[in-house]
Design a protein around this ligand. Structure first.
Ligand SMILES: C[S@@+](CC[C@H](N)C(=O)[O-])C[C@H]1O[C@@H](n2cnc3c(N)ncnc32)[C@H](O)[C@@H]1O
Length: 250
């Protein structure tokens, strides 16, 4: 794993994310891209809006197609959305400049890795939905330190974390989503979900990704190492994630 220091003086773990996962985010774009916020993204934006209570600067890590960013901007927030996959970032840029009305809100999309992107200023909230664990475990603390660095006074981070207790019961689960077949395999030690996608069309076309699960105790240890305090919410019974709220320890 290559390491280095970015202009903001933070350690970057380098470009060591598995190529398989990166390819997967590119290739699944064709099936998953959708304009505007999903009901879940709209709910997340409303919950964040209630916690912020005023128009704020929001940083979204792993923004995907930009649906959450659209929902948050429509509520008046200024969103910086960082997304590594060029296909997803391009789609999100289209949404940022397109037909959605934002009023006083705004979206800036950065096609970059959140492990080495340089960003100006600080944020009132940093959010990372449905992504924590899409990288090797050694990257967790460097990312949490970055989140700490990006938070302004009184700021907080909201992170979806995959709960190993929930996902361990999902081995061999199959489902179909937007025309793609998904097949889940559970592996323990380190706890992770392997997701194989099969695309419509000729048999054998597909992609795969691996997502790590993190227990509440491990999440607390990781937050401690990054000088963050944290609290975790209940596990969402349909998605198998719990919300980790983090804030600078001092
Ligand atoms: C599982 S998807 C979640 C997308 C979106 N947040 C959602 O909730 O639907 C993970 C996203 O994180 C992006 N991602 C993964 N590693 C990244 C990195 N190092 N920097 C920026 N984006 C990254 C992927 O390209 C992908 O769009």
């Amino acid at each position: 794993m290559m390491t280095g220091e970015t202009a903001d003086g933070l350690i970057s773990p380098g470009d060591g994310q598995p190529a398989m996962d990166q390819d997967c985010y590119q290739t699944t774009s064709r099936w998953l891209a959708r304009s505007g916020p999903s009901p879940r993204e709209a709910r997340l934006a409303m919950a964040l809006d209630a916690a912020l209570r005023r128009p704020a600067r929001v940083l979204e890590l792993g923004a995907g197609f930009g649906g959450f960013a659209v929902a948050a901007a429509q509520l008046g927030h200024s969103v910086v959305a960082v997304e590594r996959s060029p296909a997803r970032a391009d789609f999100a840029k289209g949404q940022a400049g397109g037909a959605h009305g934002f009023g006083s809100g705004s979206i800036v999309v950065r096609q970059a890795s959140f492990f080495d992107v340089d960003l100006d200023g600080t944020f009132d909230a940093v959010v990372c939905w449905n992504s924590f664990g899409c990288w090797p475990a050694a990257f967790d603390v460097p990312l949490l330190r970055r989140i700490r660095h990006w938070l302004g006074a009184g700021g907080f981070g909201l992170i979806d974390v995959f709960d190993p207790d929930w996902w361990s019961g999902m081995d061999r689960w199959k489902t179909t989503r937007d025309g793609m077949r998904e097949h889940i395999r559970w592996r323990s030690g380190p706890d992770r979900i392997e997701i194989a996608y099969e695309f419509p069309g000729p048999a054998g076309q597909g992609a795969a990704e691996v997502v790590r699960c993190v227990s509440r105790n491990d999440a607390r240890r990781l937050a401690d190492s990054a000088d963050l305090v944290c609290r975790s919410g209940p596990t969402d019974r349909r998605r198998g994630t719990y919300l980790l709220t983090v804030a600078p320890a001092r």
